[in-house]
Write a protein that binds this ligand. Structure first.
Ligand code: PMP
Ligand code: GLN
Length: 395
């Protein structure tokens, strides 16, 4: 018999929806990936490195050039000073970094505080590592931390808290007050924070990303996770970062060494080059995405949808109930992909307990024509749903 946690797991919603989109030839506003190819200069560096660089095992913790470039990047953008030798580990994407953190830091029976909506890889990996999840619910439209709920989730058995900021799928950027409260609780309960900050560069003005690690008492007790795939809009690249104080890094690297050991050296070299040569990109990329967000948001509003605010990530959310749709999010997304030719993600997939069932996530990292046509097709799905409601067909 297989492991019961994996046995019971469904295939991720991203794979399910992308599969349906492909089958139906639908526009895919579900899984989060841009339809532009990503910065050419960075891709060219990777191609050159494949042809003329090292293609044998790179060092286990990552090539020195990339660890140094990541340390410089975080100093420049977030004022965090990392010693690249003892505090930076390169992983095969943030997904591996998360798995390494959970495996390395959780002892069976430890309590782990997580927030719902919860990114889909966290709970299975926390449980597989023996952790007991304590879920704190965040509610639309703001998804703010509620001090009473948060305090109630901490106990003397809490070992870790897992924060995703900016938050996928909510598209919110945590305000300073929420981070200060969380930091205070971590210090009070002697808890380590695993911070999934893969969207740190995809934040729209005037919002700013603040790393939890920068708050009082957090420098030594935070594991900061980043993703070059998100930084450079090359989501298939799977180059991630684990940044933490030396004693944490020691143990994180031991988990990493038996998950993937290392990450393709040519991609590492290209990311190292990109981090040092992309000042323009880090300014223009979020600005261009903010325009795409506004375009999709306006098109959807025009069609009668109620759109929630988006301050970061590739996503915006639509409130179905407030848009007059009586169907739940999963039923609406199935209708949209099957009958209207557009794929989206039901936000209930990010809730384990008492899901929010009327919010749908849409990816706007697409060309203008795609977004316009996507909005039209979503309007068609809404129309079909309203028609089915009137005919009494919706459950
Ligand atoms: N965490 C979050 C919140 C994400 O949205 C994603 C991917 N979209 C990941 C982790 C995974 O990142 P990577 O592709 O670098 O593994
Ligand atoms: N994180 C991406 C999203 O939210 C999907 C990544 C994946 O497919 N595993 O859309």
């Amino acid at each position: 018999m297989a492991n019961r946690i994996y046995q019971a797991l469904p295939t991720t919603i991203f794979t399910v929806m992308s599969g349906l989109a492909q089958e139906r030839g639908a526009i895919n506003l579900g899984q989060g990936f841009p339809d532009e190819p990503g910065p050419e200069a960075v891709r060219r560096q990777a191609a050159d490195a494949v042809l003329s660089g090292n293609n044998q095992y790179p060092p286990m913790r990552g090539i020195a050039e990339l660890r140094q470039a990541a340390a410089r990047h975080y100093q420049r953008f977030q004022g965090l000073g990392f010693d690249w030798r003892t505090e930076v580990t390169v992983t095969s994407g943030a997904t591996e970094a998360l798995a390494a953190a959970f495996l390395a830091l959780i002892e069976p029976g430890d309590e782990v505080v997580l927030f719902q909506p919860v990114y889909d890889s966290y709970l299975p990996m926390v449980r597989r590592a023996g952790g007991a999840p304590r879920l704190v619910r965040l509610e639309p439209p703001d998804f703010r931390l509620d001090p009473a709920r948060l305090q109630a989730a901490f106990s003397d058995r809490t070992r870790l808290v897992v924060l995703n900021n900016p938050l996928n799928p909510a598209a919110t950027v945590a305000p300073e007050a929420d981070l200060a409260l969380l930091a205070e609780l971590c210090v009070r309960h002697d808890v380590i924070a695993v911070c999934d900050e893969v969207w740190e560069q995809v934040v729209f003005a005037p919002r700013r990303h603040l790393p939890l690690m920068g708050f009082p008492g957090m420098r030594e007790r935070t594991v900061k996770i980043g993703s070059a795939g998100k930084m450079f809009a090359l989501t298939g690249w799977k180059v991630g970062f684990l940044c933490a104080a030396p004693p944490l890094t020691e143990v994180l690297a031991k988990a990493h060494q038996f998950l993937t050991f290392t990450t393709p050296p040519n991609l590492q070299a290209a990311v190292a080059w990109g981090l040092d040569n992309s000042a323009d990109w880090f300014a223009t990329m979020p600005a261009a995405l903010a325009q795409s967000r506004d375009l999709l948001s306006c098109a959807l509003r025009r069609e009668g949808f109620r759109v929630l605010e988006s301050h970061g990530t590739y996503f915006l959310n639509v409130d179905l109930a407030a848009s007059g749709v009586a169907e739940n999010d999963m039923a609406f997304c199935l209708r949209a992909v099957n009958e209207a030719g557009v794929a989206a993600i039901p936000v209930s997939a990010f809730y384990e307990q008492a899901p929010v069932t009327n919010v749908v996530r849409l990816c706007f990292a697409k060309r203008d024509e795609t977004l316009e046509e996507g909005a039209r097709r979503l309007a068609k799905a809404r129309e079909l749903s309203l028609r089915a409601s009137r005919a009494g067909l919706n459950t």
